[in-house]
Design a protein. Structure first.
Length: 500
C-alpha cells in the first residue's frame, strides 16, 4: 500500500509576499479554485491579522472551496489566533498555523529571549489555538539552523500541547539536503509521541536546494510538503509544487502518492504567472517554455526515433496539449470562454465581454492566440478608473537615426501631449511621458518576457519604479514592446498616484 503525502500549498500566503505579486480577493478566489481542482490538500489562504484585505480573502476563499483544508497563518500571539479563527468561520475544514522562531539567531536577535521562554510561548500558543480548532499546525521558524536537540524538545512539547502537524522550515534555505534529511530523521527517532503528528517540510530556495531538501525530508519521514506554484515565494522562492508532484509520479517505485491531478499543473502555472505578473523562466523544470523543447540535433534525432530517449515525462501528463483549439480572429466568445475554462478561469459575463474585445484586437495582430495570451488578457488590469491612461504613442526609430517619441495621455479626463528624443525607442517614450508627469521617478528594474515565441508575440513588461522613497511595480502587455513598456510605467504611476 502506498504512502500518502499531503500537499500544502502556500502560493496565496508565502507566494503572494513577493514584491509586485499581490492579488485582490477575486483573483485569490480564482487561484484557490484552481488549487482545489489541482488536488491540493491544504490551502494556506493568508495571514489574517496582517491586513483587512488578507482577513477578507481568507473569509472569501473559505466560502469558495469545498474539500481542501483552509489554513490561516499566525504568530504565537493570542490576538493573531483570535483573528485567524474569525477569518476561518466559513471554512468547511479549518487549520490554524501558529509558531515562533526556534534558532538561536531568532531567539537572540529577533525576540531578545531565551530558549526556555520560547518553549513556553510555543506551548501556550498551541494550547490556545487548540481551543478553537482540532487541526493545529505549529511551525518552528528557522528550524534549518536550529540545534536538533532543542528542536526536538520544542516539537515534543507542542505535540503534547495538541499540535497535529509540526512544520520544520528551512526558512533561510541554508540546509544541505543530507543535513535536512538527518534533521527530520533525528526528530522521528528522538521525539516522544512523534507518531501522533505529521511532520511537514517548508524549504526556501536561497541556495537552489529547496526541492532537494523537501524530497530528502519526505524520504526521512515527512508526510506533508509546503510548496508553491512555480516555486514563487520570498527571496529566491519556495519548493515548487510541480517538481515534487512529478518527481513522485516519475518514481512510482518510491511508493509515495499525492492527490495531485498532474494534468492541471501547466494551466494552473500559467494562470498564477499571469495573475501575479511573474514570468516563468524558460528553463524552469516541468512548466518552463523549454521544458519539453529539443533544439540539439542529437536530441531531436533521439526523440524522433523514440520519445523516451530524452523525455522522462509525457507533456500531456502535466497538461500540455498540442492539440488545443486554435484561437483566431474568427473565433467566437464561446471558444474563448471554453479555453479560459480549460485553463481554470471562469469569468462573469461582463468581464468576459471586455476580455473578448481585447482578444479580437490581439487576434487581428497575431496569426494565432495561445492559451498564455488569453490568460494574460484575463489577468491584465482593465480598470477604466485609472487616473492616467495612454491615449496614443508614436515612435520613430532605426539605425543611424535618433529615436523620437510623441505621446498622449488622458489624466482624469484631461488630455496632454509631449515629445522627446532618447537613446532608443523605450527611452524616448519614457522621457516624453516624464515631461507630462513631472515627478522625480527612477526606473529600478525593467524586464521583458515573450509569452510564447514568434515575431508577432505578445511581450510582457515588468517594471519597478522608485518614487518618494518607495518602490512601485507595474505591468504591461502588448505586441508592441515599446507600448507595453510605457503601459508598465503608467501602471506604476497609477499605483503611487492613488497615494498622493
Amino acid at each position: 500500500m502506498s504512502d500518502r503525502l499531503f500537499i500544502f500549498d502556500t502560493t496565496l500566503r508565502d507566494g503572494e509576499q513577493v514584491p509586485g505579486c499581490q492579488l485582490n480577493t477575486v483573483e485569490k478566489i480564482q487561484v484557490a479554485k484552481a488549487l482545489e481542482q489541482l488536488g491540493v490538500d491544504v490551502i494556506e489562504a493568508g495571514f489574517p491579522v496582517s491586513s483587512p484585505g488578507d482577513f477578507n480573502s481568507v473569509i472569501e476563499i473559505s466560502k469558495a472551496v469545498t474539500w481542501p483544508v483552509i489554513c490561516a497563518l499566525t504568530r504565537a500571539v493570542e490576538h493573531d489566533i483570535d483573528v485567524a479563527f474569525e477569518a476561518l468561520k466559513y471554512a468547511k475544514h479549518k487549520r490554524i498555523h501558529t509558531g515562533i522562531g526556534t534558532s538561536d539567531e531568532h531567539i537572540q536577535f529577533k525576540f531578545n529571549s531565551t530558549r526556555e521562554e520560547i518553549l513556553e510561548r510555543a506551548v501556550a500558543a498551541t494550547k490556545y489555538a487548540k481551543r478553537f480548532v482540532d487541526d493545529v499546525e505549529f511551525y518552528c521558524e528557522d528550524a534549518g539552523r536550529t540545534d536538533n536537540e532543542y528542536l526536538a524538545r520544542v516539537v515534543e512539547a507542542v505535540i503534547k500541547a495538541g499540535a497535529t502537524v509540526v512544520n520544520i522550515p528551512d526558512t533561510t534555505g541554508y540546509c544541505l539536503p543530507q543535513e535536512y534529511f538527518e534533521k527530520i530523521k533525528y526528530l522521528k527517532e528522538h521525539v516522544d509521541g512523534i507518531d501522533r503528528a505529521i511532520i511537514s517540510t517548508h524549504c526556501h530556495n536561497d541556495l537552489g536546494m529547496a526541492t532537494a531538501n523537501t524530497f530528502n525530508g519526505v524520504m526521512a519521514g515527512a508526510r506533508q510538503v509546503e510548496v508553491t506554484i512555480n516555486g514563487i515565494g520570498e527571496r529566491a522562492g519556495n519548493t515548487s509544487l510541480e517538481e515534487i508532484a512529478m518527481i513522485l509520479k516519475c518514481h512510482k517505485g518510491l511508493g509515495i502518492d499525492t492527490n495531485i491531478n498532474t494534468t492541471k499543473i501547466y494551466p494552473t502555472s500559467r494562470m498564477v504567472s499571469s495573475l501575479m505578473n511573474m514570468p516563468v523562466q524558460p528553463n524552469k523544470a516541468i512548466v518552463g517554455r523549454n521544458a519539453f523543447a529539443h533544439s540539439s540535433g542529437i536530441h531531436q534525432d533521439g526523440v524522433l526515433k523514440n520519445v523516451h530517449t530524452y523525455e522522462i515525462m509525457d507533456p500531456k501528463d502535466v497538461g500540455i496539449d498540442d492539440n488545443s483549439i486554435v484561437l483566431t480572429a474568427r473565433s467566437g466568445r464561446a471558444a474563448l470562454k471554453h479555453r479560459l475554462h480549460v485553463n481554470g478561469v471562469d469569468l462573469e459575463e461582463e468581464k468576459l465581454d471586455k476580455v473578448y474585445e481585447k482578444f479580437l484586437v490581439l487576434a487581428d495582430q497575431k496569426k494565432e492566440v495561445t492559451d498564455a495570451d488569453v490568460l494574460m488578457l484575463a489577468g491584465a488590469d482593465m480598470a477604466d478608473t485609472h487616473a492616467v491612461r495612454l491615449d496614443f504613442l508614436q515612435v520613430t526609430t532605426g539605425k543611424g537615426v535618433k529615436s523620437v517619441a510623441s505621446i498622449g495621455l488622458d489624466i482624469s479626463g484631461q488630455k496632454f501631449e509631449a515629445a522627446a528624443s532618447g537613446n532608443g525607442p523605450v527611452d524616448a517614450a519614457i522621457k516624453a511621458l516624464k515631461k507630462i508627469i513631472m515627478k522625480q521617478m527612477t526606473l529600478k528594474e525593467f524586464t521583458i518576457q515573450a509569452i510564447s515565441k514568434g515575431s508577432d508575440d505578445v511581450g510582457k513588461v515588468h517594471m519597478q519604479v522608485e518614487y518618494d522613497g518607495s518602490l512601485y511595480y507595474g505591468f504591461g502587455a502588448n505586441t508592441d514592446i515599446v507600448t507595453a513598456s510605457v503601459e508598465a510605467y503608467i501602471d506604476c504611476i497609477n499605483k503611487f498616484k492613488v497615494e498622493d
